[in-house]
Write a protein that binds this ligand. Structure first.
Ligand SMILES: C[C@H](O)[C@H](O)[C@H]1CNC2=NC(N)=NC(=O)C2=N1
Length: 96
């Protein structure tokens, strides 16, 4: 699987909302009105991840969800699979 160069990642991040690159992964912090909304978002992203066969690394504290994306099968580097999942996550988040 093709890992993206730093230039390619930067170009992709411009098309995304609020994602940053560090430590070989892309990251975004999302906030919600309450825990119920955060949980419902995570369930929806979880089903999308199953469809894409690509899964987020994430942490939830009450109304905040922190997500990191990288591709384990590509040595934990960023690939187009991470960009595609990030796009799906942005689309779902827009509905909250
Ligand atoms: C066998 C299965 O398709 C793989 O393990 C998938 C599942 N979800 C995955 N998720 C992520 N983030 N990286 C992967 O390399 C990955 N691989």
């Amino acid at each position: 699987m093709n890992t993206l160069t730093r230039d390619e990642i930067d170009r992709e991040l411009k098309e995304l909302n609020g994602w940053e690159f560090s430590n070989d992964k892309i990251h975004r912090e999302l906030t919600f009105g309450d825990f119920r909304q955060a949980l419902s978002f995570m369930v929806r992203v979880g089903f999308e991840a199953e469809e894409l066969v690509h899964h987020p690394e994430w942490r939830n504290v009450y109304n905040t969800v922190n997500i990191s994306l990288s591709t384990h099968d590509a040595g934990d580097k960023v690939t187009s699979k991470d960009i595609n999942l990030a796009k799906a996550i942005d689309k779902i988040y827009k509905t909250y």
